[in-house]
Design a protein around this ligand. Structure first.
Ligand code: HEM
Length: 149
């Protein structure tokens, strides 16, 4: 497991880049160019239909590789309290992010209200994703000796 830890880490990063980067591109580059009206709504729905399976696949990949990263992190920092507190914040933020992504993409009638505010929720995905990225960078540089010494 230790020998292929870098592979899980790489796939974790790849999935995060696709999911958060893709959302950023859709929200700030593609969607604003579509305009209003029926044909714009049709194009938007066609794009989001293609995007949906990608998002779901990335959520699964991020979760599996994230758990592999947890194993590697435990071997590195052990039971360090501060590390796992920061990790818990990251984990709950990730669950919130996944929840919003699912609310936007699951074809459930009751979620139509959320989909109407798509722009706002996509912005929240990017905001939460950015916070998670910085928490992850902090965890990456975390060394037990730094606190002990
Ligand atoms: C089930 C959800 C997740 C779990 C269990 C998880 C777990 C982890 C763990 C344990 C690490 C290693 C940290 C270290 O090096 O000490 C890591 C790295 C990382 N995670 Fe996650 N993660 C999850 C979701 C996410 C999400 C949603 C994002 C981004 C929006 C993300 C972005 C990153 C990044 C960028 C790194 C690498 C940091 C670096 O190498 O500089 N993770 N993750």
């Amino acid at each position: 497991m230790e020998k292929i830890g870098w592979l899980f880490h790489g796939f974790h990063l790849l999935a995060v880049v696709i999911a958060v980067g893709g959302t950023f591109c859709l929200r700030f580059v593609v969607c604003p160019r579509l305009g209003e009206g029926e044909s714009a709504a049709e194009t938007r729905n066609a794009i989001l239909k293609k995007w949906r399976p990608i998002v779901w696949a990335m959520i699964i990949l991020i979760t599996i590789t994230g758990l592999a990263n947890v194993h590697a992190a435990f071997n590195r920092v052990g039971t360090d309290f501060i590390y796992w507190c920061v990790f818990l914040v990251k984990f709950f933020a990730a669950m919130l992010l996944f929840g919003i992504a699912l609310m936007l993409t699951l074809p459930i009638e009751g979620l139509a209200k959320v989909r109407e505010n798509r722009d706002r929720w996509m912005r929240h995905i990017i905001e939460i994703g950015t916070v998670i990225l910085f928490l992850s960078a902090y965890l990456r540089y975390f060394r037990v000796e730094d606190i002990a010494g």
